[in-house]
Design a protein around this ligand. Structure first.
Ligand SMILES: Cc1ncc(COP(=O)(O)O)c(C=O)c1O
Length: 274
């Protein structure tokens, strides 16, 4: 847990160690505070002191409440990590808590090598998230300090929620099948596959021209009317890569995933960016 006046940690540590002396008590400190160095060297080092953003923990003096003999280790956490974790707890756990809670979780993750499987870890969250609405929970405040982790989606993220089965046609299948599938699924481009690989694309513009010229083309193989294959991206490719490819006039891009190919169009990006 975070250490400010040291009241929480010293009181709970005294009680818990009475019950079980093997319980480890780990204090979270800030950069800019004297606790960690004092615990480790016994020296009150003024050079450790400088302003910091994290709230509620760390000190520039030695509060009488801190019983250093009960605290096994101090872990320092940066302002940035504390702020990022404050939001992460709300987003990932649905627990709306304050900035020293963020520091405690960030510190706990830093200390992961101290724990072995089966250990029970208890983290104390000191206060509620409502006190930080204008700070850690405010994107502008976070951005101004360089704390905002911009989470741009990847091609794989953009595919989430889309139907898994890609509508396509085999190069050897007849054109009328391609037309039927495009109508049935209300799509205006259809990837053409051969041996599990994309080899071309049929678009409604190509079909229109081909059928105007010769209506019998319906009974020919799909490869006769196909244009170049759509580019294949990786699921981890960033939004910028997808956007650049689609911005170059391509109707869609394919994404090769473990369970097969997915397709992304401009509409998929517009729909995801809110
Ligand atoms: C938000 C917050 N977190 C942590 C602490 C640290 O608790 P303690 O002073 O018991 O060490 C405080 C202390 O006031 C606090 O306000």
């Amino acid at each position: 847990m975070g250490v400010g006046t040291g009241g929480t940690i010293s009181g709970s540590a005294r009680y818990l160690k009475e019950k079980n002396p093997d319980i480890q008590v780990l204090g979270i400190d800030t950069y800019g505070s004297i606790f960690k160095k004092y615990k480790e060297t016994g020296e009150f080092d003024k050079n450790e002191i400088y302003p910091y953003i994290t709230e509620g923990i760390g000190e520039d003096f030695l509060p009488q409440c801190v019983d250093f003999s009960l605290i096994d280790h101090f872990e320092k956490v940066t302002d940035r990590d504390a702020a990022i974790w404050t939001r992460k707890i709300a987003r990932e756990e649905g627990i709306f808590v304050g900035n020293s809670a963020g520091a405690a979780m960030a510190g706990l993750v830093q200390m992961k090598d101290r724990f072995k499987e089966g250990d029970v870890v208890v983290v104390i969250f000191h206060d509620h998230g409502t006190r930080y609405l204008g700070k850690m929970f405010n994107d502008d405040w976070m951005r101004e300090r360089g704390f905002l982790v911009e989470e741009k989606p990847t091609a794989g993220d953009l595919l989430k929620g889309k139907s898994l089965s890609l509508v396509s046609v085999e190069a050897e299948e007849p054109v009328y099948l391609a037309i039927e599938r495009m109508r049935q699924h209300n799509i205006d481009q259809l990837p053409v596959f051969e041996d599990g690989k994309p080899v071309g694309t049929i678009t409604d513009a190509r079909l229109f021209d081909a059928i105007l010229e010769d209506a019998e083309v319906r009974h020919q193989k799909a490869r006769v009317v196909m244009g170049p294959a759509l580019p294949v991206l990786k699921p981890e490719d960033k939004l910028e890569v997808v956007a650049t490819r689609l911005g170059n006039g391509l109707p869609a891009v394919l994404v090769e995933q473990k369970n097969g190919f997915g397709i992304l169009t401009k509409q998929d990006i517009i729909g995801k960016l809110k």
